[in-house]
Design a protein around this ligand. Structure first.
Ligand SMILES: NC(=O)c1ccc[n+]([C@@H]2O[C@H](COP(=O)([O-])OP(=O)(O)OC[C@H]3O[C@@H](n4cnc5c(N)ncnc54)[C@H](OP(=O)(O)O)[C@@H]3O)[C@@H](O)[C@H]2O)c1
Length: 229
């Protein structure tokens, strides 16, 4: 049975990806903060789901997954962790910027990196990172989130370059607005009101397509999707 690890499994997109991976027949390892466990309650009866708590940090998380998978590298790794604060550049403090980078960049990189090493040693692996359209396109009031996503995108592009000859492909799925708590609770959503949004299920469907059909070497491995795509 193929295995998949999903970081940020408790989020709107994360839960949709868990469901899509279970439907596709994967053994899914869902990474969750202890306080967020109950968000995965719909899946608790699935015998193909294992939840692993991440509160003790990326190193222990990796060791727990490695033990559970009996030292085998997962076939697939998906990351859907993130926060989405918005503010004008002139109003941002460095402290706020560091906090956003801590989650949207450093935490994700720290969690991903040992899996990348393990996949490279195994000679195979598919990694899909939830980036954002905002990591590619500058948007007003996006000086916290946009730069953190741009840094994450570049890290993943370099990881893909370095590891593709070892059988590991790293791609970025970069949606526009998605109908999850992240969007609904954002200052931006309050300000601009109702707009067309992607559903989390649509984003998860795209993630599965990207897992099944890795882009060729010559193709762009950042996949931007918009409502209606
Ligand atoms: N929604 C959108 O419009 C949209 C658009 C483009 C890209 N994205 C990207 O898609 C991904 C998933 O977003 P979503 O819409 O599903 O958001 P969401 O529902 O708010 O989920 C966010 C996820 O990140 C986790 N998380 C947040 N802060 C964390 C922290 N300090 N430590 C560990 N985990 C933390 C949450 O864990 P808890 O459940 O424990 O809080 C949850 O699993 C993110 O990378 C986001 O940037 C979203």
């Amino acid at each position: 049975m193929k295995t998949a690890v999903i970081n940020g499994a408790t989020g709107g997109i994360g839960q949709a990806v868990v469901k899509a991976l279970l439907d596709a027949g994967y053994l899914v390892v869902a990474l969750s903060r202890r306080k967020s466990f109950n968000k995965l309650k719909d899946f608790l009866t699935s015998k193909n789901l294992q939840i692993i708590v991440t509160d003790e940090g990326p190193d222990l998380t990796f060791r727990m997954v490695k033990n559970f998978l009996q030292d085998k590298a997962p076939d697939v790794y998906v990351d859907a962790v993130g926060v989405f604060p918005t503010k004008l550049i002139t109003e941002i403090s460095l402290e706020e910027l560091r906090k956003v980078f801590e989650i949207n960049f450093f935490l994700q990189v720290a969690t991903l990196q040992p899996f990348l090493k393990q996949m490279a040693n195994a000679g195979h692996g598919r990694v899909i990172i939830l980036g954002s359209q905002a990591g590619e396109i500058p948007l007003k009031e996006d000086g916290l989130y946009g730069p953190s996503k741009a840094a994450l995108h570049m890290f993943c592009k370099i990881a893909n370059l370095e590891l593709e000859n070892q059988g590991v492909r790293v791609s970025i799925l970069a949606p526009g607005g998605v109908d999850t708590e992240m969007w609904r609770k954002s200052e931006l959503a309050k300000k601009i009101g109702e707009i067309p949004l992607l559903s989390p299920a649509r984003v998860a469907e795209e993630a599965i397509k990207m897992i099944d059909n890795p882009p060729g070497k010559e193709e762009n491995f950042v996949r931007v999707i918009q409502p209606g795509d």
